[in-house]
Design a protein around this ligand. Structure first.
Ligand SMILES: *Cc1c(COP(=O)(O)O)cnc(C)c1O
Length: 397
């Protein structure tokens, strides 16, 4: 597990922002990756919920190869075709009518906030405030740090951009108290991912939508992590009987190439030329990757696999919970699942699992987050659960 050459170089060259697992990955295929010493790992991190179709899916590799040979970057001064193809799919399969393609989750969210503020100026008497949730995660740009309701991300960077109000998640009264004539949007994750896989009550988002309809602000959903099939439907909002005014996407959208997007209802799409833009966003290369990803996902019923294997996985984890008192909660939707311990042992469990060839993510000191590729099989889930079982047996059995 020691690849000292590359890891020493990283320690010497990089800003110290990432706490990395001490392995150097050089290759991936399906749900598996290999390090530079030839060790093989089952990957339940999947590029942080990005590699929906697994590593290097042949259809996406082919699309990228062909597009790289044809046209990579033009700027948005011109019309290009792949960005229209991916946009058509997203609009056909969502409640939204218009799209802006961005380069990442944070950028998609920034754009969505700008759109909501523009809408506020034009249609809500100058309203500009956005209500977001405690424990949320919306990205690392300065405005998204202000939107992200977690002090550990905010305190190092004060003063933060104004106009964000953080309230308790899954608490409709907290939103009712915060909403006022300055509120132009309520911006929420459908399920809080980075916050620990926190699932709202069934009626919470519906009540937020009703409140928005009554008072005027936009219902904006950050589906950067939950979107693109992660929870079993293409967008997680579909499972809550609501139609948001704005949704944002990124992670799973391009099988690993940097791409994000925000979409809105027609009446919300108030931008005019020059209001927003980007040099790389929506370039033919990333859009070809995203288009092939979405086409494959829909054609091959990957969503069905997410629902099936997600249930299978949760049931197995619930079995594990019966076996080990140290596990206090299992929760999730589709293939976004958390396992919570009584004590802060997530880090050491993750480390032990890596030693046995299973990559996991510690999302909180006491919580592990599973986000395997959406093509994961029951057999691979069995392997992961076996590793987890043997690690827990060794330490807490
Ligand atoms: C990862 C994530 C982001 C940030 O995406 P980046 O591509 O890292 O900027 C924003 N919102 C949610 C819900 C996320 O999970």
């Amino acid at each position: 597990m020691k690849n000292n050459k590359w890891q020493e170089l990283e320690h010497r060259l990089f800003m110290k922002t990432f706490k990395r697992t001490p392995i150097t990955l050089v290759k991936g295929k399906g749900s598996w990756v290999w390090d530079d010493e030839g060790n093989k790992y089952l990957d339940f991190v999947a590029g942080w919920a990005v590699d929906c179709l697994g590593h290097c899916p042949p259809v996406v590799v082919k699309a990228i190869e062909e597009q790289a040979r044809t046209l990579i970057q033009t700027s948005n001064q011109f019309y290009t075709i792949p960005q229209l193809q991916i946009s058509q799919i997203l609009i056909d399969h969502s409640c939204c009518d218009r799209i802006f393609i961005a380069n990442s989750g944070a950028e998609a969210n920034e754009g969505a906030i700008k759109l909501a503020r523009r809408y506020g100026k034009l249609k809500l008497d100058g309203a500009y405030e956005i209500i977001t949730a405690n424990n949320s995660f919306h990205g690392r740009t300065l405005a998204m740090v202000a939107a992200t309701g977690q002090h550990k991300f905010q305190n190092p960077y004060t003063p933060l951009p104004e106009g964000f109000v953080n309230v308790e998640y899954n608490n409709i009264s907290a939103i009712k108290e915060a909403i006022n004539k300055n509120t132009c949007g309520i911006f929420l994750e459908v399920i809080q991912g980075e916050g620990g896989v926190n699932i709202p009550d069934d009626n919470y988002l519906k009540e937020v939508q009703e409140l928005c309809k009554e008072k005027g602000p936009l219902l904006m959903l950050d589906e950067v992590q939950t979107g693109i099939g992660r929870t079993g439907t293409l967008f997680a909002y579909e499972q809550y009987g609501i139609e948001p005014d704005i949704i944002t996407l990124a992670k799973g959208l391009g099988s690993g190439v940097p791409i994000g997007a925000f979409l809105s209802k027609e009446e919300v799409a108030v931008f005019t030329p020059g209001d927003h833009g980007s040099t790389f966003a929506g370039n033919p290369l990333v859009c070809a990757a995203a288009y092939s990803t979405l086409q494959y996902m829909l054609e091959k019923d990957i969503l069905g696999n997410v629902t099936r294997t997600g249930k299978y996985f949760i049931n197995k984890l619930k079995g594990l919970r019966k076996q080990f008192d140290i596990i206090t909660d299992i929760r999730g939707r589709g293939l976004l699942i958390a396992l919570q311990f009584r004590d802060d042992i997530a880090e050491e469990v993750v480390t032990s699992c890596v030693g046995k060839g299973l990559l996991l993510n510690r999302v909180k000191p006491n919580t592990i987050r599973f986000m395997p590729p959406l093509i994961i099989t029951e057999k691979e889930i069995d392997i992961a659960v076996d590793v987890l079982t043997s690690v827990l047996n060794q330490k807490y059995g």
